[in-house]
Ligand binder design. Structure first.
Ligand code: DGL
Length: 274
């Protein structure tokens, strides 16, 4: 029996998923969260599907053992690769990924149906975004581009300036060099790390292209699901957040602040082994 007062578990391969946690806290201020960043094994985006499924199951187990009432897979690569396996294994728990909400946000924003997805190698290879978009809008034209270097740039805090611009230009080149009537009108940031690079991407893509990410749509989706299942926390007190990381506690707090938007105290982060 799930307890409405229990926390929501959120996991990512590292600190990028804090962008999703941020949206969840805005949407659900009375909920408590346990966020797990598998920092020891980042990146997931270059690993094989088998490895990502195994890592995701271990991360989910650790959160389930702490009594969560729902699981949010904030990592796009894990959502794209491991969501069905997680839903099967934890079948009494609501398990929500970020790919379907991201696809929904993109389809809602696109007029032309030409949608580009920027993601990790693993997410692009698995085709989950492409499939989700086509399920919602069968005539859509989806172009997916693997932008693995963006992960390192975001982690390093190099989110503007010459290096970030050069990387963005290189990745976006195939999309933006197309004739105007064949260019996408929506770009989906299909990776937890990419929202911090939004200004650079927007500057290159121009005003005719809308940039969407899955954080806010996922948060709304979680809220609706908890409501349907009678699992919303009825307390009027602000929720609490605890953090777990598998390596580099200092780095988690210093880099994490860029993604979460608020300071993380080292005392709130616990080192765990999966
Ligand atoms: N969290 C991953 C994602 O959203 C990006 C970082 C990684 O490759 O692990 O796809």
């Amino acid at each position: 029996m799930l307890n409405a007062a229990a926390p929501i578990g959120v996991f990512d391969s590292g600190v990028g998923g804090l962008t999703v946690l941020r949206a969840l806290r805005t949407e659900l201020p009375h909920e408590s969260f346990i966020y797990l960043g598998d920092t020891a094994r980042l990146p997931y985006g270059t690993k094989s599907p088998e490895t990502v499924v195994r890592y995701a199951q271990q991360a989910a187990e650790a959160l389930v053992a702490r009594g969560i009432k729902a699981l949010v897979v904030a990592c796009n690569t894990a959502s794209a690769t491991a969501l069905p396996a997680l839903q099967l294994r934890f079948d009494d728990l609501p398990v929500i990924g970020v790919v379907e909400p991201g696809a929904r946000a993109a389809v809602a924003a696109s007029r032309s149906g030409r949608i580009a997805v920027l993601a990790t190698e693993g997410t692009v290879r698995g085709g989950a975004y492409q499939q989700s978009i086509l399920t919602l809008r069968p005539e859509a034209q989806v172009q997916a581009v693997a932008c693995q270097l963006f992960v390192a740039l975001a982690e390093e805090g190099w989110v503007d300036g010459a290096v970030a611009e050069a990387a963005a230009r290189r990745y976006l080149e195939p999309l933006l060099s197309a004739p105007p009537d064949q260019r996408p009108d929506v770009i989906v940031l299909g990776c937890t790390h990419f929202p911090v690079l939004r200004p650079v991407i927007t500057a290159l893509a121009g005003n005719a292209v809308q940039i969407v990410d899955s954080a806010a749509t996922t948060a709304r989706c979680v809220s609706e699901l908890l409501q349907q299942r009678g699992l919303l926390n009825t307390s009027s007190a602000p929720g609490e957040v605890r953090f777990l990381a598998t390596d580099g506690l200092l780095r988690f707090t210093t880099v994490g602040v860029r993604f979460l938007g608020t300071a993380i105290s080292a005392a709130d982060v616990e080192l765990i082994d999966l």
